[in-house]
Design a protein around this ligand. Structure first.
Ligand code: ADP
Ligand code: MG
Length: 279
């Protein structure tokens, strides 16, 4: 017996390293009209590096600032947090314990370190760092004490995958919590012109719904960190990476197990081909 075309498409997708959860999802992928990408950990490698440590309060040394920041970030699973911890480890700094840790999705983290309330997160839009760097502000007991600039690289295949997505007339869009300055350079390097920056997780969902009201069917591609609302509210939610959390794996409609963004245009094509066979 021959396999129904949508099931054959699911099998093909599986061979490419994309787990598509159902025939309904497989079909939806083919009717997508825009693909919205998250930035950090999705279009980028997700192994960013701290490139600048700027002390803003003369009471603190550079080492003290980095130690405070890394201690507060250590419990976080965010790629930016990992970058801060790695920077401290490189300098062999001893990290004091952090307690009362909380992650604020799309904003940053807060924790109590050495008797101080430390908050780390998105810097105000007017803070200037080198283009393409993500500026992260460190506050101690409410006062800004330091600024970290963090650089992330696009995944090697990101520009090709974006071009292939556009060639299928599914227009790529970038949705990010990063600043416009930080996101703009990555967008340019991967070839996305529609960039929506400074978004909190729920704002990403709003953007997707707004495009939906304008008649678009928007697939969302994310690494899962802070992406649950957009993932759940999109036409098709696609999680990238083996590092995705259980919640993400549950919320996503499809999971890219092999970390290769080219699989996205590939599965859209598989779906369209299957639909042509059906109709
Ligand atoms: P993206 O939308 O690019 O994937 P996120 O939504 O995960 O980014 O985060 C948005 C912004 O919030 C980051 O650019 C950063 O400024 C800030 N942020 C989030 N988590 C952290 C963290 N653990 N440490 C520092 N800053 C963070
Ligand atoms: Mg992300």
């Amino acid at each position: 017996a021959t396999m129904p075309p949508l099931l054959a498409a699911i099998a093909n997708a599986g061979r490419q390293g994309v787990l598509v959860k159902s025939a309904v999802v497989m079909e939806r992928l083919g009717t997508t009209t825009k693909v919205a990408f998250d930035k950090t950990g999705t279009l980028t490698r997700g192994t960013p590096e701290v490139t600048e440590v700027r002390v803003l309060d003369a009471e603190l040394t550079r080492e003290e600032l980095l130690r405070l920041a890394a201690a507060a970030e250590r419990p976080s699973e965010h790629p930016l947090a990992a970058a801060v911890v790695r920077a401290a480890q490189r300098e062999q700094l001893r990290l004091p314990p952090a307690d009362d840790f909380a992650a604020l999705p799309g904003r940053g983290v807060t924790a109590r370190v050495a008797g101080h309330r430390v908050e780390i997160g998105a810097a105000p839009a007017d803070v200037e760092v080198q283009p393409g760097r993500t500026p992260v502000l460190v506050r101690r007991d409410g006062d800004p004490v330091g600024l970290l600039a963090i650089a992330d690289q696009p995944r090697p295949e990101a520009a090709d995958a974006v071009a292939a997505t556009r060639a299928l007339t599914t227009e790529p869009v970038l949705l990010t919590g990063d600043t416009a300055a930080g996101a703009g350079e990555i967008a340019e390097r991967v070839g996305i012109t529609d960039v929506r920056a400074g978004l909190l997780p729920d704002d990403k969902l709003d953007e997707i719904q707004r495009m939906g009201s304008a008649g678009h069917r928007v697939a969302f591609v994310g690494d899962g960190i802070n992406d649950a609302p957009a993932m759940a509210g999109s036409h098709a939610g696609i999680a990238v990476g083996g590092a995705a959390s259980d919640l993400t794996l549950q919320t996503a409609d499809a999971v890219i197990v092999r970390e290769d963004l080219n699989t996205i245009p590939a599965v859209i094509e598989f779906s369209r081909r299957a639909r042509r066979v059906v109709t």
